[in-house]
Design a protein around this ligand. Structure first.
Ligand code: Y12
Ligand code: CO
Length: 179
């Protein structure tokens, strides 16, 4: 089996709107996918990536929160399969971005603190308590599993701002003839 070739699915691709399916087999094909997602996330300076963003609609995601200097370490990689939010509280606003919605960043309101149950790549059940950036990232990625993007969470006026900027970005891309 060779290296898996993954590409980021970008808005407005309808595949991002699919509801991802529960992972039942914690087998080599799952491990191969996770092993290919991590370098892609590192190369693109991402801190979170859901499988559906690379065209695999399964309930799997990875997160790697950088330190204060922005450095990421392999030992901080979290592989989260079949997550379920069991506790949530507080409020936090953070400027989010998404590899599937390039070049757009906007403030989104989320829970400040969450607890999730999930499985690791071997199917072992785990519990994770998160606050700060990790809590934000987990909520952003769990939304992907439901076909929800961060731009869906914006107020009417900020969503309009996104539509405008998105059109501008598309025009720029066309005129520079890249993709
Ligand atoms: C806080 C906010 C958002 C999340 C979800 C995870 N989001 C990301 O990892 C976003 C990554 C991202 C990276 C970009 O850089 C490159 O593509 C090289 C980027 O830049 C451009 O689109 C030009 C945009 C987003 C977790 C926590
Ligand atoms: Co995203």
């Amino acid at each position: 089996m060779g290296q898996m070739k993954l590409n980021i699915v970008e808005y407005p691709d309808k595949r991002l709107r699919e509801k991802s399916k529960e992972v039942k087999d914690f087998d080599a094909s799952l491990h191969q996918l996770l092993d290919a997602m991590n370098p892609l996330m590192m190369e693109t300076n991402g801190i979170g990536l859901a499988a559906i963003q690379v065209a695999h609609p399964i309930r799997a995601l990875i997160v790697n929160i950088p330190d204060e200097e922005g450095a990421q370490f392999p030992e901080n990689l979290l592989e989260i399969i079949n997550p379920v939010m069991i506790k949530k509280s507080g409020e936090a606003i953070y400027q989010e971005g998404c590899l599937s919605v390039p070049q757009f960043y906007e403030d989104v309101k989320r829970y400040e603190y969450v607890v999730i149950n999930y499985q690791d790549r071997y199917g072992n059940t785990k519990t994770l308590e998160a606050d700060g950036l990790l809590a934000i990232a987990i909520q952003h990625e769990i939304d992907h599993l439901e076909g929800i993007l961060f731009i869906d969470k914006l107020s009417y006026s900020r969503r309009k701002k996104f539509e405008k900027e998105y059109k501008r970005i598309q025009k720029e891309r066309k005129s520079s003839k890249k993709s």
